[in-house]
Design a protein around this ligand. Structure first.
Ligand code: HEC
Length: 159
């Protein structure tokens, strides 16, 4: 087998394996994964939101670094971690398990997908503003991103 073929094969096998791994993930692991991703995104978004609101001085380097990290972390597609059976805390799980998810994630799947799609767009907008390193674009993109977080939380996260 040619090396290129071997590499392509190895890549496609590992891609399948990781898709399977998400589907078979234990509910408590999935809950922890999505909450961790959300938290890391929030940690990166915090200073950007503050800059956009004028509560922190414009810091181009911080904006670019944080925005590009948000892009990379959202690219993990955390909606995959909303696996069936992860709509309630898992009794007796090894790791503490609580969840604020609402069952509408599964019962209103189209609406959920649309909310995730709006986040895709908002993250792309933020990354574009970061690549231009532009303060005005940052403000608009940060506002749009904040709306997409809040919009999804309103419908799919318990208060
Ligand atoms: C597509 C829907 C969706 C979008 C978009 C979204 N979230 Fe969430 N988020 C959720 C859901 C659902 C939960 C509850 C998860 C759980 O408790 O299992 C959550 C939980 C969280 C949590 C709490 C995590 C924890 O440890 O309990 C934080 C913080 C958070 N989101 C921040 C954000 C920020 C910041 C954004 C935007 C930059 C965002 N989210 C965008 C759906 C979304």
């Amino acid at each position: 087998m040619k090396t290129a073929t071997k590499v392509a094969l190895a890549l496609s096998v590992s891609a399948c394996a990781s898709t399977l791994a998400y589907a078979q993930m234990k509910p408590e692991d999935a809950i922890r994964a999505r909450q961790s991703v959300m938290r890391v995104i929030a940690l990166n978004f915090g200073p950007i939101a503050q800059m956009a609101q004028g509560k922190m001085p414009w810091n181009k380097d911080m904006f670019v670094a944080n925005a590009l990290r948000i892009e990379a972390i959202w690219a993990m597609q955390p909606t995959r971690f909303f696996v069936p059976g992860s709509d309630h805390p898992v009794a007796g799980a090894k790791i503490a398990s609580f969840t604020d998810v609402r069952p509408e994630v599964w019962s209103q799947a189209d609406k959920w997908k649309a909310a995730a799609g709006r986040m895709d767009e908002a993250v792309a907008g933020l990354a574009k503003a970061a690549r231009g390193a532009d303060e005005a674009a940052m403000k608009a993109a940060a506002g749009a991103l904040g709306k997409s977080c809040g919009g999804c939380h309103d419908d799919f996260r318990k208060k």
